[in-house]
Design a protein around this ligand. Structure first.
Ligand code: IMP
Length: 199
């Protein structure tokens, strides 16, 4: 079954393929599908934004489309950067600068707990939607460490491994990450949906 991932983010594409590829789902990026979409993320939740992106790709292609909207929520910052994770600090900052901004905002806070959240939405041409979510709890480190992954990975310390996500291998990250968990939940929901056979 071919599913269009409503994103051109190479890291996300790799993670989706690593988890769903084993089940015979062929995940292709929106550019591979010939789509040039830039959907405004106007939702106030990760789930709403995931739906907006998948729905636009499904409508434009007439094919099944899937999307993930994800981000970092820092408890002491009232859930910031949240749905603004990608645009934190105004939209012109590099990933490294966004990490430094979070560290700066947290410098007078003792509570450094945080979570990564991922919401997945898969939209079918008949209008059906299959959704799933996943989270990964951690602590914001004192300084960025590690070159793996992307985004806020270098400042997200995972107690289970005693390392930041930027220091984890792709397999280690997939086994505990918000997107890894959301994808596993999604895989189950998708199988249940397909087994119902009422499409
Ligand atoms: P999205 O592409 O709209 O889902 O934006 C997600 C943003 O949240 C990314 O640009 C990153 O800044 C951050 N983010 C989401 N998932 C991860 C992750 O696995 N590691 C690090 N940062 C992430």
């Amino acid at each position: 079954m071919r599913i269009i991932l409503a994103s051109n983010n190479k890291n996300k594409l790799r993670e989706f393929r690593e988890i769903l590829g084993d089940d015979g789902f062929e995940i292709i990026s929106q550019s591979e599908a010939g789509l040039d979409l830039d959907v405004e993320e106007t939702g106030t939740t990760f789930a709403e934004n995931a739906f907006l992106k998948a729905d636009a790709a499904c409508r434009a292609s007439g094919e099944i489309a899937i999307s993930d909207d994800s981000g970092l929520e820092v408890d002491a910052l009232g859930g910031e950067p949240g749905v603004y994770s990608a645009r934190y600090g105004g939209g012109s900052l590099t990933d490294h600068e966004k990490c430094l901004l979070v560290l700066d905002k947290l410098k007078d806070h003792e509570d450094r707990s945080a979570r990564f959240v991922s919401a997945i939405s898969c939209v079918f041409p008949n209008g059906d939607v299959v959704r799933a979510e996943g989270e990964c709890r951690g602590v914001i480190a004192d300084a960025p460490r590690g070159d793996n992954g992307f985004g806020y990975d270098p400042i997200f310390y995972v107690e289970e491994y005693g390392r930041t996500m930027g220091e984890l291998t792709a397999d280690e990250k997939n086994s505990i990450s918000h997107r890894g968990k959301a994808l596993l939940n999604f895989e189950e929901e998708l199988k249940k949906y397909l087994a119902r056979g009422d499409k």
